[in-house]
Design a protein around this ligand. Sequence first.
Ligand SMILES: *Cc1c(COP(=O)(O)O)cnc(C)c1O
Length: 496
Amino acid sequence: MAEITYHSTRDAAREAIPFSQAVVRGIAPDGGLYVPSSFPGLDITDPQLAALDYEGLAEKVLSLLITDFSKEELSSCVHRAYGSGFRHPGVAPIHSCGNVHFIELYHGPTLAFKDMALSILPHVLTTAAGKLGIDDTIVILTATSGDTGKAALEGFADVPGTQIVVFYPTDGVSEVQKRQMTTQEGANTHVVGITGNFDDAQNGVKAIFADGKIRERIARRGYRFSSANSINPGRLLPQIVYYINGYLELVRRNTILPGEKVHVVVPTGNFGNILAAWYARHMGLPVGRFICASNSNNVLTDFMRTGRYSLDRRFSPTISPSMDILISSNLERFLYELADRDPAKVVSLMSDLKNDGVYEIDRTMMKNMADFYGGFADDTATVSAIEELYRTYGYVVDTHTAVGYRVYQDFLRETGDDRPVLLASTASPFKFSRSVAEAVGVPVEGKSDFELIDLLAERCCLDIPAPIRGIADRSIRHPETCKKDEMARVVEELLS
Ligand SMILES: *Cc1c(COP(=O)(O)O)cnc(C)c1O
């Protein structure tokens, strides 16, 4: 088996480090993101592959990419993540509505797709630290637009040798999301609201990571930072698995022939999820087009249509808040591949973005992006997609998934290309109870999001998922808030 190493998207010298080191660092010292030295191939038509269950497939796929872990180490990480933490035996089951096959990625502890990666990351990270002989406490520092924070908190809660600090925009997450985070259990968990939007939170975290002085001060007390954001390669790799699993499930159901191409639709924010699908294709998954769905914060739609990425736009809060972003942090890995792995091009684009708030890719890169289709749906279109799916198929989806469905319909209308589609269903409808309940005809006036959870369940004859049953009555353990320029001070105080 070929050894896979990792290097930074910005490093001309391509300093090669093992996966263990990349996952502990989270982000490269030069500000770039770690990428694998190559993409190992997988024979998707191999019947032995199709015979694997989710755990078996995860072990197989991850063993190709994480070559410095032993088989036992990997299998223990995979088992601790997917062995019992998911409420469905298939972990990420498929629900089909006509040609559209939803991969339900929300059966984990926090009802959102981020559980898929964040349930395994803590085990991968602590295993990696052990292999490197690190005995510092690992401090996970995370900015969240709602779902990452809670999934990271669940994943790391009471994991020995770790502390976790989560910053969220106080007005940028749903009531349910906020309550999920502020009620978090675990002696090593810290949750702080900031006044600002998600990008403010993310920039604040990036600034702390980049500050050598803070790093030195906390190191003297036995701490070191790492990131659970989707820039960490340990977040990205586990996401490749469910696209392959979803594809194999369609093969098992005779919906497609082994080797037949499907399209992939992904409601996109930080570009981690759709990037994982693209990585899966590099490993041999037969994907035709990648449909990148945004909400009204449609910087990616414009980028895909014009090749120009510009921050000169207004930030608008939507009913799909986990996709409310201006700076899509994982895009750098995408640019790196589009540039045929030329770090100089990445460095130049990133400095344009930093200095001028805009960059434009060249013709070659644009050509390399031809399999991507960018589209967006505003809140009205999102609500109508939820209503339509419920009316036509009796299927209830959340607001993010609905954005994906609506953009797919635009794609279908424009191209007439009706191949089977795998659509990443990224959250449970109960997580966004107000918008979903309203879309399916529940009167929402005067009702809290919590009451709407019950009413939505009643209306659509669904069971309320255990993790949010009775959440309104849990006591708040993390009431803290701060200003966006106080984040560094807050972190140091928490660790002192
Ligand atoms: C995080 C998130 C997204 C966006 O995923 P990216 O990997 O950041 O593109 C979409 N939907 C939901 C529900 C999410 O939590």
